[in-house]
Design a protein around this ligand. Structure first.
Ligand code: FE2
Ligand code: FE2
Length: 329
C-alpha cells in the first residue's frame, strides 16, 4: 500500500470499493466524491447495511473507490480481512482489483503485526492472510505478477517483509509447482525471516536502520543476532522447521561466506536459500527506493554476490520475472 493507492483528503482516505458487500453491516461510514471538483459527501452512515440497490447505485456512478475517515481505516481493513477469501474467489472481481485489495490488506496487517513480538493468535491471523495470497497465486495466472508490481521498494520492516514474501512465493511456485502447502510455508518463512528485528519493547520505531543492505551499516559491525533471536521466537510458536530455519539461516551463503554460522551448500535449508536471495534482492531495490529496475537490480545482485546462491535458486528467482513469471504451471 503506497502513497499512490491511498489519497488523503483532509481526514478522509480513499480506498477501493471492491470487497464491500451489500449484505453486511458496515463498521465504517462511506463518503463518495461523484464530482471531482467538490468535496466528498456522506453516502452511508457507520453501522448501516448498503443492500444491493445502494451498492449498485455506487457502481452505476462509475466509482471504483470511496472514502473512509482516517480513524475508521482499521475497521475498514478488519472488515475486508473477514470477507477477503470471498472477494478473492469472486469471478466477477477483476484480478487487478483482487490483487490491489489483497496487497492493501496484507500490508496493513503486516504494519501492525510487526510492531511487537507476536503471540499465537496474531500470528495465526497473519498466516491466514499469507495463505490467501498463496492460494490466489496458485489459482489465478498472473496474480503474482500484479502483486509484485505493487512492491515499491518500501524500506520499512513491513514493506520489506511483504516484498520478500511475494518474491519467495514466486520462487515457491517454480520450486514446488504441485505443492501449494510447501510454497505456503516458504511464504510464511519469507514473511517472518526478520521477525527478530521486531522491536522487543513496544513503542520502539519500526523502520529498518538506513543502509541495511546485508546489515552492513557503515562504521558498525553487522548485527546478525536477529537471526537466532527470530528462529527461537518462531520455534516457541511451533512453526514448521523450514520456517524457523528461514529466519535462522537467511544470512548464510551456499559458498560458506555467510553469517552467523558460515554454513555451506546443503547445510542451509532450501527455504533459507530462497529467502536469502529474495532478501538481498529487496535490500538492493529498497536501498534505491524502488527506482532501480528489476534487471538492473538483478545485475548488481549477480555481480556482487557471485557464488553466494545455488544456481537452482537463481533460476527459480529469474523465472518469476520471465514472461510467464509468477504463474502456476
Ligand atoms: Fe535479516
Ligand atoms: Fe531481511
Amino acid at each position: 500500500m503506497g502513497g499512490s493507492t491511498l489519497v488523503a483528503r483532509g481526514d478522509l482516505v480513499e480506498v477501493p470499493l471492491a470487497g464491500v458487500d451489500g449484505e453486511e453491516t458496515l463498521p465504517f461510514p462511506i463518503f463518495i466524491q461523484p464530482n471531482p471538483d467538490r468535496d466528498p459527501v456522506l453516502f452511508s452512515e457507520e453501522g448501516a447495511r448498503l443492500g444491493e440497490t445502494r451498492l449498485e447505485r455506487l457502481h452505476s456512478f462509475g466509482l471504483a473507490t470511496f472514502f473512509v475517515p482516517m480513524d475508521r481505516l482499521g475497521a475498514y481493513y478488519s472488515f475486508l480481512e473477514e470477507s477477503l477469501d470471498q472477494t478473492l474467489e469472486d469471478p466477477s472481481v477483476p484480478i487487478e482489483e483482487k490483487c490491489k485489495i489483497l496487497h492493501q490488506v496484507v500490508t496493513h496487517a503486516a504494519r501492525s503485526f510487526l510492531k511487537t513480538p507476536p503471540d499465537k493468535k496474531r500470528l495465526e491471523r497473519m498466516l491466514r492472510l499469507l495463505d490467501s495470497t498463496t492460494r490466489l497465486a496458485y489459482r489465478e495466472n498472473g496474480a503474482l505478477r500484479h502483486l509484485r508490481r505493487m512492491v515499491e521498494g518500501d524500506p520499512t520492516l513491513a514493506g520489506h517483509s511483504v516484498a520478500v514474501s511475494l518474491y519467495s512465493l514466486g520462487m515457491g511456485l517454480r520450486l514446488f509447482p504441485e505443492d501449494p502447502t510447501r510454497a505456503g510455508e516458504l511464504t510464511w518463512g519469507a514473511f517472518l525471516h526478520d521477525i527478530g528485528r521486531v522491536p522487543r519493547e513496544p513503542g520502539k520505531t519500526d523502520p529498518l536502520p538506513p543502509g541495511t543492505v546485508l546489515d552492513d551499516v557503515e562504521g558498525r559491525a553487522p548485527d546478525y543476532t536477529h537471526t537466532s533471536y527470530g528462529a527461537d521466537l518462531l520455534q516457541r510458536l511451533d512453526l514448521p522447521e523450514g520456517v524457523v530455519r528461514a529466519a535462522g539461516e537467511h544470512h548464510e551463503r551456499v559458498d560458506g561466506t555467510g553469517a552467523p554460522r558460515g554454513l555451506q551448500g546443503g547445510e542451509i535449508h532450501p527455504f533459507a536459500q530462497a529467502v536469502a536471495l529474495a532478501n538481498v534482492f529487496d535490500h538492493i531495490r529498497s536501498s534505491h527506493r524502488g527506482f532501480l529496475g528489476i534487471f538492473e537490480t538483478f545485475r548488481i545482485l549477480i555481480q556482487s554476490f557471485s557464488g553466494c546462491f545455488a544456481p537452482s535458486m537463481v533460476e527459480a528467482f529469474l523465472h518469476t520475472f520471465g514472461p510467464d513469471g509468477g504463474s502456476a504451471p
